[in-house]
Write a protein of this length. Structure first.
Length: 182
């Protein structure tokens, strides 16, 4: 984690809050939110830090897409989630994006476990995880073998990942205030 100027902290907070609230309400993240976050992240980095800032923003967005696009292609993540993480990457850069990504993975895993236990689907989820690993080992998309593995399927145990990204980003902002002060 590295220092993030206040203007970037505010931009990150605004983008993820709007996206997270929208995801909780409608299970959609509006394109205008992620496009605004992406363009403002790239533009602000370039304006404040010149060519170096432009490259940092592009690397952050590119890293996010490199990680999230395959998840979207496998129907494990929605397109809005992938685009939101690209916008977050453009705002905070690749190093800070990795911290947000790991935070979202931990929070998402914990909250996902709560969802699974609350719906009494633990054994089914373990079976699905084994199926996914087997299908991926044979280079087959898991969602083609089981409909419930598609993000939008009614039998799927899913959660609004945009809200998880919001919580992870807010946690990141608290951490940098403590461990990466200016």
């Amino acid at each position: 984690m590295s220092y993030l100027p206040p203007v970037f902290q505010i931009l990150l907070l605004l983008v993820v809050l709007v996206a997270g609230i929208s995801d909780l309400r409608s299970r959609r993240i509006p394109n205008w939110v992620v496009l605004a976050g992406l363009l403002l992240g790239i533009g602000l980095n370039a304006f404040l830090f010149g060519t170096d800032g432009l490259w940092v923003a592009l690397k952050g967005a590119g890293l996010a897409l490199a990680v999230y696009f395959p998840l979207y292609a496998l129907r494990a993540m929605g397109a809005g989630d992938a685009k939101l993480m690209a916008a977050v990457g453009a705002i905070v850069g690749p190093g800070n994006w990795i911290a947000i990504f790991f935070c979202s993975a931990v929070l998402g895993g914990f909250i996902g476990l709560i969802f699974v236990l609350a719906r009494k689907r633990f054994s089914r989820t373990l079976a699905n995880m084994m199926f996914i690993l087997r299908e991926l080992a044979y280079l087959r998309p898991p969602h083609l073998g089981r409909e419930e593995l598609k993000v939008g399927h009614e039998a799927a145990v899913s959660m609004p990942h945009g809200a998880i990204i919001t919580l992870a980003s807010m946690t990141f902002l608290v951490f940098i205030t403590i461990w990466a002060p200016r």
